[in-house]
Structures are given as C-alpha cells and as structure tokens.
Design a protein around this ligand. Structure first.
Ligand SMILES: NC(=O)c1ccc[n+]([C@@H]2O[C@H](COP(=O)([O-])OP(=O)(O)OC[C@H]3O[C@@H](n4cnc5c(N)ncnc54)[C@H](OP(=O)(O)O)[C@@H]3O)[C@@H](O)[C@H]2O)c1
Length: 243
C-alpha cells in the first residue's frame, strides 16, 4: 500500500514509517522544514518519498495536498503530526488533517492520532482560535479530531476512517518516563491503515492497542459533528467533497 505519514521526523510517526518500510509498504514521509527533512535521510535512502511543509502554515498544507495529488495515488493517510502545547495546537492537530482530508482525493483510509486527553476536551466551538494566535487546548483539539472521524464515518461511507489513542508513550512529546509501550503505541495505526480484518473494515472506531473503545460522548452527537464540519469549512474555505 502507498501511505502518507504526517510528522515522520520523530516519535511515533518515524517509528511507524520504519515498520511500514520493513514490511514492504510504499511510504511518503513528511517533515516540517527542509532542515528537519535531514532527519529522514536514512528513510528516504530506503525508498520513502518525502513532502515538506509546516502545518502551522495553511498554504503549506494546501501545497502539499496539490503535490500529492500529482503523484501516484495514496491508499491511506496516517494523520500523525501533532503538538501538545502552544499556538500550533489547533492548526497542526485539527486544521491540517481536515485540509488534507478535504483536498486529497483518492486515499480511502484516513487514520487520525487522537489521545486519551480527548476525554477532558470541551465540545465547544464558539471562540476556538483556529489560527493559533493564542495557545490552544490539546484535549479540545483531540476531541475535535475524534469527532471529525465520527462525522466522516457517518457522511462518507466511501472512506474508512479511525481514530487512535497510542497511549502515553516515551517520545519527545510523551517524555522519557511515559509508562506505555512505544511498539504498541505505533502498531495500531499501521494495522488500521493496512489490514482487511473485519474489525478494521467497520469505519469510525476509536482505538487503543487494537481494542475499540468508547470515546467522549460528544463524539457521537450528530449536531456537534455537523457544527464542527460547518465551522471547519467556514474557517478554511474548503468543504469536504459532497458537503
Ligand atoms: N507521545 C504520547 O504519549 C502521545 C499520547 C497520545 C497521543 N499522541 C499523539 O501522537 C502523535 C505523535 O506524537 P509523538 O509522541 O510521536 O510526538 P513527537 O515525538 O513530538 O513528534 C511529533 C511529530 O509531529 C511533527 N510536527 C510538529 N509540529 C509540526 C508542524 N508545525 N508541522 C509539521 N509537522 C509537525 C514533528 O516534527 P518536528 O520533529 O520537526 O517537530 C514530529 O515529526 C501526535 O498527534 C500526538 O498528539 C502522543
């Protein structure tokens, strides 16, 4: 399969790209900047493709979508790039995956990195600073992306979409003392992107270590889902195809 992994220079994204290459998949890696792309030299030497762009910059996300549309079609995107704090939270964790989903026509599977922190998120869209002029709430961003998954599962039966909580794992974001397992933390998103197991083929799951779990109650609220899609379309000027 041909799979785009956003945020491949470090942590879970990088580990997942290494595993995908080792198991014979065709991978497009992604780096925030040309300097950071140097961290991917060993992976591009093994055949990984590369796109470069800072997800804080919407125009860079749109450019990457256009570049990928010109290339061989993707089978899946793993929307992995993320930040935990600061002004980039909403642009990187929500706006970028939304735009890539809306603008790249082709990949049937979309896997989004969520977090157990989404349970602490607030299902409130009024006043969200989508452009990141102030620090954003990580829990809110992961609640929104998990709700995006449920909305897509309902409205886009042509797609196969899932959200994944990788656990609290020892990456740069998770810190060295994170208690969960890095292998288990990167493996579920690969399984969801590549497997034809019956559980995987039921779109719209929220997963932790290959177990489907019940997300925050707001995720299943269709009014909240619709408001989120309207808000993201209004904010970006880009609607999901068919909406
Ligand atoms: N680690 C955990 O315990 C944990 C728990 C729950 C969920 N998650 C989620 O899992 C995903 C991966 O996290 P991780 O732990 O692997 O984090 P990480 O080690 O900090 O890696 C994050 C990746 O995202 C990229 N990125 C950050 N800002 C970006 C931007 N503005 N534009 C483009 N790319 C950007 C980083 O690029 P640079 O290297 O250039 O900064 C890096 O490749 C995230 O979505 C995170 O929210 C992680």
């Amino acid at each position: 399969m041909r799979i785009l992994m956003t945020g491949s220079t470090d942590g879970l994204g990088r580990t997942a790209v290494e595993t995908l290459l080792a198991t014979g998949h065709d991978v497009v890696a992604h780096a925030r900047t040309a300097d950071r792309a140097a961290a991917l030299d060993a992976l591009t030497a093994r055949g990984a493709g590369l796109v470069v762009g800072d997800f804080e910059d919407r125009e860079a996300v749109v450019r990457i979508a256009a570049e990928l549309t010109e290339q061989d079609p993707l089978d899946a995107i793993i929307h992995n790039a993320g930040v935990h704090t600061g002004r980039a939270v909403m642009p990187v964790n929500v706006i970028a995956p939304y735009l890539l989903t809306a603008l790249i026509d082709g990949p049937r599977r979309h896997i989004y990195l969520s977090s157990g922190s989404h349970y602490g998120g607030h299902p409130v869209l009024d006043g969200v600073d989508w452009r990141g002029t102030t620090a954003g709430s990580y829990g809110d961003s992961k609640l929104f992306v998990t709700t995006l998954v449920a909305a897509l599962a309902r409205l886009r039966p042509d797609l196969l979409v899932h959200a994944v909580d990788p656990g609290w794992v020892p990456t740069r974001m998770g810190g060295p003392n994170a208690p969960d397992d890095l292998d288990l933390g990167h493996e579920t998103q690969i399984w969801l992107a590549t497997s034809d197991d019956p559980g995987v083929l039921a779109s719209g799951g929220y997963w932790y270590h290959r177990q489907r779990r019940e997300p925050h109650g707001a995720v299943h609220d269709e009014h909240f889902q619709d408001r989120l899609l309207r808000t993201l379309a209004g904010e970006t000027g880009v609607a999901l195809p068919g909406r």
